[in-house]
Design a protein around this ligand. Structure first.
Ligand SMILES: [Zn+2]
Length: 353
């Protein structure tokens, strides 16, 4: 199995491909990044395809399918690239076999509360090319009509065996879903272009003044986070989940400080935000490698978050899907204090044989 953390700007788009026990090549896509991940207009106003479009083309070109698409939660930096794909490409939906998505409609039904249609994901086209999709069509209706949406809540405690893989779901819990029972605020797009301000401090300085505070985002708290097991090896994908919920999920699957989850790698939560990784979570995980999916331009990763990871593990490697970021984050003193800290190269392959 190979896992590709696509450069999805400030978002997540993760592509897994592997052979199942019958030798069939399978593809799983976890989120699709913000719009630009599918494509964007260049300076001359011409639309150029991005890394998500290239990935989809290669899957299609090889006669394969997207066997499972997981939408972890509804924030733009996870879903807009996929919505653009569907708007742009009339054959998009026919390439997908199965979708996991805790949509507003599904969550409201789950709690037997009247639905709020404003929470549905509109497919009305703004500035992409012409398309067969008409105004008022929602993503939910489209995937439901095509019969590819499992239309069941994915939540903490479930074990799902599928495509020769095992998924153990850590987040969301019932509370995380219940917190979505209102009209959702559309997050204002932030046009930040500066790195978090803590890059000038050393890891030692950051640890000396460290204090963890919770992530207030209810959308992040509804993230689908899970362990994937392939050939008895585990991988941890945390979306933008809240660490409190992931801790509870890991405990439900009997992981403890003494017997932590041993895994190949962790996609750390929320692009390395300091609000989404704490020591209580780290002590339940034994992994040699931590992955940060972020271009660094939307207040993440925080060096504070990375400092906690480095502080809690003896020997570890970090992988940035924008590798140049590490040069902005770490100072010479950091590598002197933590000589075992390794930064994996851009072409590092996450491969499980
Ligand atoms: Zn995100």
């Amino acid at each position: 199995m190979q896992t590709h953390f696509l450069p999805a700007f400030h978002g997540d788009a993760i592509w897994l491909n592997y052979h199942d026990s019958n030798g069939v090549l399978r593809n799983i896509l976890i989120d699709g990044g913000p719009s630009e991940t599918y494509g964007e207009k260049n300076k001359k106003g011409k639309f150029e395809f991005g890394v998500l479009a290239e990935t989809i083309d290669s899957i299609r070109g090889n006669g394969q399918r997207i066997d499972l698409l997981i939408l972890t939660h509804v924030d733009d930096d996870h879903i807009d690239g996929l919505i653009d794909w569907i708007n742009y490409d009339a054959d998009a939906i026919s390439l997908i076999d199965r979708i996991w998505f805790n949509s507003g409609k599904l969550i409201f039904e789950h709690f037997k509360v009247p639905d709020i249609v404003e929470n549905h994901i509109s497919l009305s086209v703004e500035d992409l090319t012409d398309t067969a999709i008409k105004d008022g069509v929602t993503f939910e209706n489209l995937i439901k009509d095509k019969g590819i949406w499992e239309y069941k809540i994915i939540e903490q405690g479930q074990t799902i065996e599928l495509l020769d893989l095992k998924f153990r779901i850590l987040s969301p819990d019932e509370e995380g879903l219940r917190e979505l029972l209102h009209k959702w605020e559309k997050k204002e797009p932030e046009s930040l272009t500066a790195f978090p301000k803590d890059y000038k401090k050393t890891i030692t300085e950051l640890l000396a003044s460290d204090a963890y505070a919770k992530d207030p985002s209810v959308h992040n708290g509804s993230s689908i986070a899970f362990i994937i097991t392939y050939k008895e090896k585990d991988m941890l994908f945390l979306a933008d989940a809240h660490p409190e919920k992931v801790v509870e999920g890991l405990k439900q699957f009997k992981f403890t400080k003494e017997k932590p989850l041993v895994c190949e790698f962790v996609k750390i939560s929320h692009h390395g935000s300091k609000y989404n990784t704490n020591y209580k979570l780290l002590e339940l995980i034994d992994s040699p490698t931590y992955v940060i999916s972020s271009n660094g331009l939307q207040r993440s990763p925080y060096k504070q978050c990375l400092a906690r990871i480095i502080d809690s593990k003896k020997d570890l490697s970090l992988f940035f899907n924008y590798p140049e970021l590490s040069r902005h984050i770490f100072l010479k003193e950091d590598f002197e204090t933590y000589p075992d800290l390794k930064i994996l190269p851009a072409d590092y392959e996450f491969r499980i044989a």
